[in-house]
Ligand binder design. Structure first.
Ligand code: PEP
Ligand code: MG
Length: 562
């Protein structure tokens, strides 16, 4: 039984499919002793082919690209047939009873880690060499197709080192029952997608990929953050009963969720859905969402990689959303690319503080214009609102607005769609009273507001204990935005994960927020919670919380209410 961090509730029983995505992707398969020789032959053949190819490239390189590259490739070709290296991989196959791909990746990773920690710079550089060579060998090993996130066998539980937003967007929720990952945090995008799909998920278990038996039954308990890697029959039986009970409970809650959410003292709260992909629209009706409070459009882009979605494809996606949500609004966030939704920051750069969100779009005006065009073309299908991510200064909003006005006129719209700003960087919260001039509405992204406000990487396990969105400093920032919105008559919503948390929702309502957007599966429970909440009392507590010094105090104040 391994303890991790629970990031998506529920329990699931299934067969483990182990994939490492990192720099050297590999799929783990159990190998019986009678298969050892075959795996050995496969490895040797792949290594010999890789070495031949590298040597050939090296000879060709001398002509056009100079001798330096030739020397590197020659060295790579030698590594590929190095007996100590191959011997270590073969030993791993036998000792761990695993397939050649997995053994190759594991030995290379360990060797790479040792080289990376070496004192001499020359040794450290060898780390990249060895990984490159392993990639070449792996390419020649790929005789047996292994599943990717899109085509996992039905009923599987994906066990992986980590899941990038791109891989997460490719998951097929009809095939996967749960996720268990070595890395990640509650607001990393794999966790957000897991919640969106209603998949139980546990993250932050080091060496998980090594500990789990391939294809063996495992249990992921997303309520308690536990992964049972060798479940007894009795535990399997008990878990299956819980799976059934959970299903019944959510059916009951869903039945009640059709009613609007109103607090005991009569304050109506709009509860909307955060969506990532247009295929998720069925969730709007199933969970009785009042429209879409956040559509993370960048997943359309990430899913289409290496090509990019054209105007027509995007327009269709936005129309699908608008029609499904009608008569409620749909808030489409323009591409929040960059950041951890890595489209390749250079090594050593900090992607979270780099060319992310609106910065990326303004630096790629054609891409941005295409998206705004698709949005304007779809706008007539319903009530569309456009939201800009990662804004830090009003000038970014002004530039975007000018472009939107041009594009809207070209699309024949009398008036451009409403344009709002995500408040997820402290500078935007502090300047909210300046943003009101050009922003039609605000939506507070508490995931990033906490990351940037507290200087805590939202996906880094080492500092996950410091990631406390209910920190009084964050509440003060939110209060400033609410005040600025109120003074200028601009609506303020919250679309970060905090809105779906019992204590978090109480705090937000206490601060005067009446528009919450959360992952669809969380809606029934949130509505249930709101219907027992006294908004007046929440307001009193919020005043106390704003005077607190520590997150723990605020958590205690609203935890008592939950
Ligand atoms: C946020 O930052 O709170 C948010 C909703 O956006 P994302 O989680 O996609 O960064
Ligand atoms: Mg964000």
């Amino acid at each position: 039984m391994l303890q991790g961090l629970s990031v998506s509730p529920g329990i699931a029983v299934g067969r483990a499919v182990i994939i490492r995505f990192g720099r050297l992707p590999a799929f783990r398969r159990a190998v019986a002793p009678e298969e050892f020789e075959r795996e050995e032959r496969r490895l040797r053949r792949a290594a010999a082919r890789a070495a031949d190819e590298l040597a050939r490239h090296s000879r060709e390189a001398v002509g056009d690209m100079g001798s330096e590259l030739a020397a590197i490739l020659e060295a790579h070709s030698l590594i590929a047939t190095d007996e100590t290296y191959l011997g270590a991989i073969l030993e791993r196959i036998r000792r761990e009873r695993v397939n050649a791909e997995w053994a190759l990746a594991e030995v290379t990773r360990e060797l790479g880690a040792r080289l990376a920690a070496a004192d001499s710079a020359a040794m450290r550089e060898r780390e990249a060499d060895i990984t490159d060579v392993a990639r070449e060998i792996a390419a020649h090993l790929s005789g047996r197709e292994h599943p990717g996130p899109a085509d996992l066998p039905r009923g599987s539980i994906l066990v992986a080192d980590e899941l990038s937003p791109v891989e997460a967007a490719r998951l097929d929720p009809r095939r996967v029952r749960a996720l268990a990952l070595e890395r990640g945090g509650p607001t990393s995008h794999a966790s957000i997608i897991a919640r969106s799909f209603g998949l139980p998920a546990v993250v932050g278990i080091p060496d998980l990929c090594e500990a789990v038996s391939p294809e063996g039954p495992i249990i992921v308990d997303g309520d308690r953050g536990l992964v049972d890697i060798q479940p007894s029959r009795q535990r399997l039986r008990k878990s299956l009963v819980r799976v059934r009970e959970d299903r019944e409970r959510s059916r009951r809650l869903r039945g009640r969720a059709a009613r609007a959410a109103v607090t005991t003292d009569g304050v109506a709260i709009a509860v909307r859905a955060n969506l990532e992909l247009p295929e998720e629209t069925s969730a709007l009706e199933r969970f009785s969402a009042e429209g879409v409070g956040l559509f993370r459009s960048e997943f359309l882009y990430l899913r289409a990689l290496p090509s990019s979605p054209g105007i027509e494809e995007q327009r269709e996606a936005y129309e699908t959303l608008l029609k499904a949500a009608a008569p409620h609004p749909v808030v489409v966030r323009t591409y929040d690319l960059g950041g951890e939704k890595g489209i390749g920051p250079a090594p050593g750069e900090n992607p979270a503080l780099g060319l992310r969100g609106i910065r990326y779009c303004l630096a790629h005006p054609e891409l941005f214009e295409q998206q705004l065009t698709a949005l304007c073309l779809a706008a007539r299908a319903g009530e569309l609102k456009i939201l800009l991510p990662m804004v830090t200064s009003p000038s970014e909003l002004k530039t975007a607005r000018a472009l939107l006005e041009k594009v809207a006129a070209r699309a024949g719209l009398k008036q451009p769609p409403a344009l709002g700003v995500m408040i997820e960087v402290p500078s935007a919260a502090l300047l909210a009273d300046r943003f009101v001039r050009d922003a039609d509405f605000f939506s507070i992204g508490t995931n990033d507001l906490a990351q940037y406000g507290l200087a805590v990487d939202r996906a880094n396990r080492d500092v996950s204990a410091l990631y406390r969105p209910l920190h009084p400093a964050i509440l003060r920032l939110i209060a400033m935005v609410v005040a600025a919105g109120k003074a200028a008559g601009r609506p303020v919503a919250v679309c970060g994960e905090l809105a779906g948390d019992h204590a978090g929702a109480a705090a937000l309502i206490g601060l005067g927020i009446t528009d919450l957007s959360v992952t669809p599966v969380a809606i029934p429970d949130l509505k249930d919670r709101i219907s027992t909440l006294d908004a007046g009392r929440a307001r009193e507590l919020a005043q106390k919380a704003l005077e607190a010094s520590e997150a723990s105090e605020v958590e205690r104040i609203f935890g008592g209410m939950a």
